[in-house]
Design a protein around this ligand. Structure first.
Ligand code: TXA
Ligand code: MG
Length: 333
């Protein structure tokens, strides 16, 4: 595995050409997007795609997002492009929005885990843009981490998780959005939010009308995304989200119990923790730094992470979703 540093704003053309060559040859290249780092392979090459599942230890029922350089190229993998797709793509691409639509027959079955639909997005990160333009093929890219681990927001996170399983890592520094893209299924009668992200529900509904939330009781027809059924995005430490007024007491109780405690707070006092981290009080700023905080608390050997509850409201839906999933796992050992 080889890590190549690139200027995130204007990546070296020769390095991008090398990475594109590897992808065309069926190899795996990790690259930054504006959300998290992706583990890329040629989406039209089933055996290259197979390599992604192997490297991640990803269950074969969890489909991959296909990345293309611009909106027009989505048609290379999508069979039925709808008005809603057009409205959302015009407004949010390039950017952290993934659309699920009926797939074209040329898309290998393992990209979509056998489903009739394909997930597609146009990332805005200049390194992702340069790479997609150079390779001139759709690139399947899940987050560049082992299955169930926290997504990587730096090249070091990728190297730590995947090591030699990836042929090349393009290091374009930390990502800016920090949580994975918003995923909207447009193949259902009512569009369905499969995964909340930094683009909020009201922003989407403004353009295309009512959207069902997958897994909510209000709409039983809104089937969940296969990958969202799993425990996901979990640190090794046991994570619990507590109300602001319970933060200090919870930290002290955990320390009393002999645990090494990390804390992620906004307003509450985390100073009693072995490793307190304060994050911004706006959703975008918080999301940008959340995974870095979780990675660093794991790396510093915390057994327990106490997280102050985040505010309610549509802007926080993506962050609240990731915290809920991160809390969903038993402690290390
Ligand atoms: O921000 C992102 O989306 C990042 C960057 C690298 O683009 N990628 C990412 O991929 O988070 P991944 O594989 O970690 O998550 C993909 C999500 C999963 O929840 C998966 O189930 C869902 O998208 N998905 C992919 N294809 C789908 C399909 N055909 N139908 C329904 N859900 C799909
Ligand atoms: Mg992932």
């Amino acid at each position: 595995m080889y890590i190549a540093h690139v200027d995130p704003a204007s990546p070296d053309r020769r390095i991008i050409a090398d990475a594109a060559e590897l992808l065309r040859a069926g190899r795996l290249v990790a690259f930054p997007t504006e959300t998290v780092y992706g583990l890329g392979a040629n989406a039209l090459d089933a055996s290259a795609v197979e390599g992604i599942y192997r490297a991640k230890g990803r269950p074969t029922y969890n489909p991959l997002i296909v990345h293309v350089a611009e909106r027009a190229f989505a048609r290379e993998v999508v069979a039925v492009w709808t008005d809603a797709a057009d409205a959302l793509a015009s407004r949010f691409w390039p950017g952290p929005l993934t659309l699920v639509l009926p797939k074209r027959a040329n898309v290998p079955d393992n990209v979509t885990a056998g489903l009739p639909n394909v997930a597609v997005r146009v990332p805005s990160h200049p390194v992702a843009q340069a790479l997609l333009a150079a390779v001139a093929r759709p690139i399947a890219a899940p987050s560049a981490n082992k299955s169930t681990e926290i997504s990587p927001t730096t090249a070091a996170h990728v190297a730590k998780s995947l090591g030699a399983a990836v042929d090349m890592i393009l290091d374009g520094g930390p990502t800016s959005v920090g949580i994975e893209s918003t995923v909207v299924d447009l193949s259902t009668a009512t569009p369905t939010l499969l995964r909340p992200g930094s683009i909020s529900l009201p922003e989407l509904e403004d353009l295309i009308g009512p959207i069902a939330i997958a897994g909510s009781r209000a709409d039983a027809s809104a089937r969940p995304s296969p990958g969202m059924l799993d425990k996901h995005y979990a640190p090794n430490a046991a994570l619990s989200v507590v109300a602001s007024h319970d933060v200090v007491r919870t930290i002290l109780d955990e320390r009393e119990a002999g645990h090494r405690v990390g804390a992620i707070v906004i307003h509450a006092d985390g100073a009693a923790a072995n490793r307190p981290i304060v994050l911004p009080d706006d959703a975008a700023g918080y999301a940008a730094r959340l995974y870095e905080a979780l990675h660093s608390l794991d790396d510093s050997g915390c057994d327990v992470i106490v997280v102050e509850q985040v505010p309610d409201g549509p802007a926080w839906l993506g962050v609240a979703d990731r915290l809920r999933r991160a809390a969903h796992r038993s402690p290390r050992g």
